[in-house]
Design a protein around this ligand. Sequence first.
Ligand code: UD1
Length: 426
Amino acid sequence: MDQLVITGGVPLVGSVPISGAKNSALPILAASLLTEAPLTLGRVPSLQDVRTQLALLAHLGVAVDHRGDEVVALHAHTLAEPEAPYELVRTMRASFLVLGPLLARRGRARVSLPGGCAIGARPVDQHLAGLKRLGAELEVRGGYVEATAPRGLQGARLVMDQVTVGGTEHLLMAAVCARGTTVLENAAEEPEVVDLAAFLRTLGAKIDGEGTARIEIEGVDALSVPAAMGPVHCIMADRIEAASYLIAGAATGGSVTAEGVDGAHLGAVLDKLEEAGARVARGREHITVALEGSPRPVSLRTAPYPGFPTDVQAQFMALDCLATGVSRIRETVFENRFMHVPELARFGAQVSLEDARSAVITGVPKLVGAPVMATDLRASFSLVIAALAAEGETIIDRLYHMDRGYAAMTEKLLGLGAQVIRRRAP
Ligand code: UD1
């Protein structure tokens, strides 16, 4: 197993290219099951989660061809048995999203209930309730969802009990080829939902209102792929990856430019960075964040988009650990997302949990490098930030969490001047 060795105390300076968004690529890959025609996607990030999703598509009969340079060709012409086994679904929740497209294409599917990061119960009740409203018959047996749509999927009005990103994406995919009109109320407004809708619209789907809480979909008979020289769709830039590097720059007293990402997608995070004392330049294609001296303490609560993203909570906590005062972080999206707290304590950070969803952070003048362990995907980057800002050497173990979501992380950190080595654990 690999580990990362970081010698801290060097301000990060420079530009970092931002990869395609994992959370956009995974649903779009699932949506490729909806059409019989061959298609090519661009800016597909080179990540373990993407490889897992591609392995699942291949298992389902999709011809997958890596064309290099983040271009992937997919052809779901004839599908195999529509079954997604536990071994392929358990490591990553987004693989569950193949259920809706399989039902739409084949009229039946058997998909294992999902796994993913251990950050809470993460049920899929909203996905299942929505599919039922669209006419699916569902049964959960032996850890699998067995679904049929004997009369095909039928448009319906769906009011989701709570805002769910994956649920919104799943029902959007299921509805594009359903008969009649579907209205999704209380839909997630995340930019990744908008990117999925843009991809589906390129294939001829009729969608209106994505990016708002009400999405209207008029079902079409079939999706087709327009003739194109290159990719029919390029995945949007990863706003979470961008935020991670920008916060790392701020925590080390440096100046980092995230290239290729839209500043409008990170409004809440950039506002908080300004509150911490950073200078922020927001463009349509890049964001620069610079911070001199110690950050000011910043309190925040996570919320669905456009609120502060839960996927950036751990990284911002690492910055707050170095602030000149006390801040509070409240996690409202997941019930168990503070696993990084005991690891941050190993650097000398002072964080106490008031309850499972509230943390109080008392800033300290400096952190000191330590051996630590990555716990989940985004939380692991908070350890990278703490290590980069800390005095001395840090060894981070269990890098496989980071490999799920951060493409070429070591190279990108080196490009910003960090002292970092990736090596096999002795
Ligand atoms: C997606 C992101 C993840 C991010 C999360 C919230 C992907 C691949 N992953 O995850 O990185 O942290 O959005 O921004 O895009 N819930 C239910 N019932 C459901 C569905 C969800 O109770 O049927 C709950 C979840 O347990 C959670 C909350 O709703 O507490 C939000 O989850 P959701 O938005 O669905 O997250 P994911 O789509 O899994």
